[in-house]
Design a binder for this molecule. Structure first.
Ligand code: OAD
Length: 271
């Protein structure tokens, strides 16, 4: 069985990580142009770091949910498998999904990289700074200037400011990561494509899903809401991922296992 899984913020919602455009989504209260662009970092790196440090803290105190775990089960059952996630959290990895079976297309929040040279480092657990979640860093709260630059890590190679290892608006995706996805999508039709918890606003997500499904594959969308991909889905599941995905994955594994057994028995009896 050949499987591609595409996930977005909705798969981590039941682990307590806010989505971006959902009811209490980040982009409802905060301006992405002030927090997730190279320009924002250039004008107020403290404010940007304060937001990413809070997100890191929130992710560290979160746990993978049943949807993350079901994806791991699917990855071990499938003959060929790839997860492409837009999420910068580490919940897929902490659920046990091996790095070689996934691509974090928007980067990893626990990676820190130099804003000038190519130096990159996986961030060790920072000292837990008591964060006031009630008052996230909204503009005007803790204005720039009140913060010292020395809270920002500097590049040991070139001395420039280090930044979170994520893709910001207006930035290119990592071409090596695109190549991995293109290799998989171009490597043959998938029996099953799952699209879970994303508004599918980025064209490359829609494109990979449709191409991987091909003419006859399954495309299963799991999302309480309609998305631009719904019309291309062979099955639409309007339920939270942690509720629906374990059931669907176990059903697929059960059916496929019994048909494999039947094939084997059929093979033996013919001998
Ligand atoms: P969004 O916040 O845009 O979409 C989250 C989707 O998850 C919505 O369609 C919700 O209906 C759905 N959802 C919410 N709870 C769910 C649940 N329990 N189970 C299943 N689905 C659920 O997040 P993304 O689509 O991931 O990029 O956003 C894509 C990118 O835009 C992000 O990676 C980030 C953001 O700006 C960058 O910052 C570059």
């Amino acid at each position: 069985m050949r499987v591609l899984v595409l996930t977005g913020a909705g798969v981590s919602a039941e682990s307590g990580i806010p989505t971006f455009r959902g009811k209490d989504g980040y982009w409802r209260n905060l301006d992405p142009m002030k927090l997730a662009t190279p320009e924002a970092f250039a004008s107020d790196p403290e404010l940007v770091w304060e937001w990413y440090r809070e997100r890191r803290q929130r992710i560290r105190s979160a746990k993978p949910n049943a949807a993350h775990e079901a994806i791991v089960r699917l990855s071990t059952f499938a003959r060929e498998f790839l997860l492409v996630t837009q999420n910068v959290d580490d919940l897929h990895a902490r659920a046990g999904l091996p790095k070689e079976k996934m691509v974090q297309i928007h980067g990893n929040i626990f990676v820190t990289r130099c804003s000038r040279c190519d130096l990159e480092a996986e961030e060790a657990e920072e000292e837990d700074v008591e964060h006031d979640y009630e008052h996230p860093p909204s503009l005007g709260y803790g204005m720039a200037g009140e913060h010292e630059h020395d809270k920002i890590p500097k590049c040991p190679e070139c001395g420039a400011l280090m930044r979170p290892g994520v893709v910001w608006f207006g930035e290119q995706l990592d071409s090596n990561k695109i190549d991995i996805v293109e290799m998989f999508v171009g490597g043959g039709r998938c029996d099953c494509v799952f699209v879970i918890g994303t508004t599918a606003l980025f064209g490359y997500i829609v494109d990979w899903a449709i191409r991987a499904r091909g003419q006859s594959g399954e495309l299963i969308e799991i999302n309480p809401d309609e998305t631009p991909l719904s019309q291309f889905a062979t099955q639409v599941v309007r339920e939270p991922a942690a509720a629906a995905l374990p059931r669907i994955v176990d059903e697929i594994i059960r059916c496929r296992s019994s048909s494999l057994d039947a094939d084997n028995k059929g093979g033996e009896s013919r001998q």
